[in-house]
Design a protein around this ligand. Sequence first.
Ligand code: GDP
Ligand code: MG
Length: 499
Amino acid sequence: MPVPDPALVVLVGASGSGKSTWASSRYRAAEVVSSDALREVVGSGEHDLDASADAFALLESVVSARVGRRLTTVVDTLGTDPARRRRWLTAARDAGLPAVAVVLDTPARVCRSRNAARDRPVPARVLTSQLAAVATTTDLLDAEGWDAVLVLTPDDVPAAGPRNTPSSRHPAPAAADATAQLPGVLREEGAGLRGVVLQLSRFPAEGDLLTWLRDMAGAAEEAGLAGIALMDHLIQIPQVGRAWDPIPEPWVTLGALAASTTRLQLGTLVTPVTFRAPGITAKAAATLSALTGGRAFVGVGAGWWEREHTAYGLGFPSARARLDALEHGIETMKALWSPGTKPYAGRRVSLPETTSYPRPVGDLPVIVGGGGDRTLRIAARLGDGCNVPSDDAGLAKVARYLALVAQAGRDPSTVHATVLDLPLVGRDRDDVWSRVERHRGRAPAATFAARHHAGTASEHADRLAALAGLGVTTVFVAPVGLDGPDDVLALAPLAGAFG
Ligand code: GDP
Ligand code: MG
């Protein structure tokens, strides 16, 4: 059974049962609060029993401060004092942090022999009473209200570390149930966009943009990613960087990527319909499709950032008018990509001819970005896919989108239900948390870590694998602090897990 993360983890076990070893193999040193270690801080050493009261006073304040910040806290004491356990559990409840008791149920003889081998063994009768207290505690835990009680015997130590797994108090998103009613949906093979697509949103190329792009694309292919998506903005957006950070024009840039890739799907996420006349976007996307032998996709949206429109002399009409333009734009693009040159007379759009060459090679999916209900309906009726955030609210929209597709009389297994995920990926737990500290800005560490599912690549892989079960066909990943090819190569486990 995996331990939720973040969580309060209270260890219970006699001396020599392996508490400190278990904790240090799974958690960062700063996450473990140990009465022995604090005795050494405030006394002469970890066995200085005269320092116990001071050590426990410190321990209580460390636990309370960390839990209050919703930071993972592993309490390494005997764990047999019911009043302390109640206090810690209450603190976790108050903070909304899952609380887990972990019992190191190591046989008495093993504890005794490990204890005897120590420099300063605890006296045999003390160990005997500890073992009895642990047995009593184990019986009490179930009634105390822990989110989970984990009893480990030496052969039973789980291989996996803590995972970002929802606890019983943090149930899985409602989308799980909604999509479960659509059996077999979106499992069909063959869609080129299926899998994990890298979204590039910042371009820290330091001078040589083309070389940087080629290196990133090479790494993406090597990591097994399905494609690369580029943001389409005229000024770098505040969510990603500073206004003077470079943000190259995506269709030109995709042309450069086309010349240095052989397998990746290439497209925008997303092109605002307010930037270019839809026929011009249709021409650019069809050209990219021709250049890549059918590896193009086009993300479209209504546009949202007034500043870039004003700065570039573009109009920024009302939300309603922009959504009208989105419908109009998708219809125009599809008309221009259809076979032949015949006139087109559709619901919103009429064109005297549809002469547009080169035509796309194979499919050229239109992915509609945005989670508003009208946007989802547009995506379901006119587009080939949707793109929403990967959080719980976004996953509920995936379910809503698939239902709308079915309502529109279309086959949900033919569309792309895509999410945008902003993972923070680290090599190990220490690296993860140093990245959280580097990138969190003013956000509290726990909030930032949760928003970005801060974890190792294998933890993200497990999380993404679960998204497939919710009907998601493509995960666009825009990792926090993505700098260079090494960060892209680190995504290989994610690509392996999804797609
Ligand atoms: P604590 O007193 O409960 O914190 O126990 P420790 O974690 O300090 O472990 C006591 C001794 O047992 C140490 O020498 C550890 O190296 C050893 N030990 C702990 N866990 C294991 C285990 O799972 N397998 C083996 N073989 N030794 C262990
Ligand atoms: Mg210990």
